[in-house]
Design a protein around this ligand. Sequence first.
Ligand code: FMN
Length: 199
Amino acid sequence: MAVISVAVAYHSGYGHTARQAEAVAEGARGVPGTKVDLLPVDAPDAALWTALDGADAIVFGSPTYMGGASAAFKAFAERTGAVMQDGLRWKDKVAAGFTNSGSMSGDKLHTLVGLALLAAQHGMVWVGMAQPAGWNTSTGSAEDLNRLGGWLGALAQSDHDLGPDVAPPATDLRTAAHLGHRVATVTHLLRRGQESPAA
Ligand SMILES: Cc1cc2nc3c(=O)[nH]c(=O)nc-3n(C[C@H](O)[C@H](O)[C@H](O)COP(=O)(O)O)c2cc1C
């Protein structure tokens, strides 16, 4: 079996989104033949760009600050312009995204849309949740997978008065792990397709 690599490229100002990133990584690691790198992007150095260049899939993650990605994540995203100008160097890599914020909605969708556009600008192949929304029936609960009902990427919510040791809650970490697992699975499928192209 071919080994594929998934990079989780994220920013976290206060540690909550870092917990979500770890859960995405754990979900990806659960797919046999998958190597995973957890990569903070707030101090981009040569090692970061080398790791991202070598990854088969990149999962972008940011807290939602003021209704969008954090300034630190945006600074990283702007620096990827050099990758785009270098002949779309990340073209055909798999991409996905996640975000965490204080409010249930918190305008998180806007952050995810920004992450998906970043991937589109790079010619990457976006993978969504492939998971129905939870907690939207009279018998549903906050423990449902995908309780916040996102399709484009994984959503998490962290109460403002709780530290990253307890927030986001386990239910959102399971949702993040689901996305990581999905990304690794799709990346393996694409790799197999590249190895056995249709006649
Ligand atoms: C500058 C700033 C802006 C924020 N803007 C939002 C927002 O637009 N919506 C929201 O729900 N929460 C907002 N929050 C709350 C954060 O998203 C929340 O505390 C999150 O858990 C922080 O993640 P982190 O610990 O990874 O930085 C904001 C927090 C900060 C510091």
